[in-house]
Design a protein around this ligand. Structure first.
Ligand code: DC
Length: 210
């Protein structure tokens, strides 16, 4: 079973993906972390973010077992990740790893931007999780404040919009819902409600496959 979850930054797809993986006993891969790990390796080595051959070399060295969410979630790493994510050879290198991961038994949940459209176009379950830019910025703002940090809502809002433009506007594998994806707008939905909706879609797919 492969469950593909796509959507813009801060829409809640990661939380939903983890919840689904836990409930069904499936493996989970946050594919954003693979782009982030590539970007971090370049930043750490003091290498440029605009040299595709160098970035591809780093992408090929990414170890899926060593992805550390706490370290990779830093804001500047996300920005750098979104820049190198426009490079086709970087995407090919990471896509190959992601496709291999998707074959894990008894099932895999992958979340990202192009899982239902490009990485796993034959996934039996595809969810496109979204929320308004205002709601996503507010969630990110509250997350930072609750963790004891200080944040500027307007700056986060601008950031969310800029990231959307970059992710949706690139030529290679832009962010968009697959034609057969179920749309889940979480603007006014709790994570629990989103999970219950996803669960009924997954259960229907499992009984079709049985
Ligand atoms: O979901 P995230 O913020 O961790 O993703 C970081 C960047 O990685 C995002 O701006 C675009 C890129 N990305 C991508 O291009 N394709 C994916 N499947 C996942 C992430």
């Amino acid at each position: 079973m492969i469950i593909a979850i796509d959507g813009p930054a801060a829409a809640g797809k990661g939380t939903l993906a983890r919840r689904i993986a836990e409930a069904y006993g499936y493996h989970h891969l946050d594919t954003g972390l693979t782009y982030r790990a590539t970007a971090k390796a370049l930043l750490d080595a003091g290498l440029p973010l605009d040299d595709e051959a160098i970035a591809e070399g780093m992408a090929r060295k990414v170890d899926l077992a060593g992805l550390d969410r706490a370290v990779l979630s830093r804001h500047e790493i996300g920005e750098a990740a979104s820049k190198i994510a426009v490079m086709p050879t970087v995407r090919t290198a990471l896509r190959e790893m992601q496709q291999k991961f998707a074959q894990k038994e008894p099932g895999a949940v992958l979340d990202g931007r192009d899982i239902g459209t490009v990485v796993c176009p034959d996934a039996p379950v595809k969810l496109y999780v979204t929320a308004s830019a205002e709601v996503r910025a507010k969630r990110r703002y509250e997350e930072i404040v609750e963790a004891g940090g200080s944040a500027d809502y307007d700056a986060i809002f601008e950031d969310v919009k800029r990231r959307d433009e970059r992710d949706m506007g690139r030529t290679d594998s832009p962010l968009k819902p697959a034609e057969d994806a179920h749309l889940l707008d979480t603007s006014e939905m709790s994570i629990e409600a989103a999970f219950q909706t996803a669960k009924s879609i997954i259960d229907a797919a499992l009984s079709r496959n049985a």
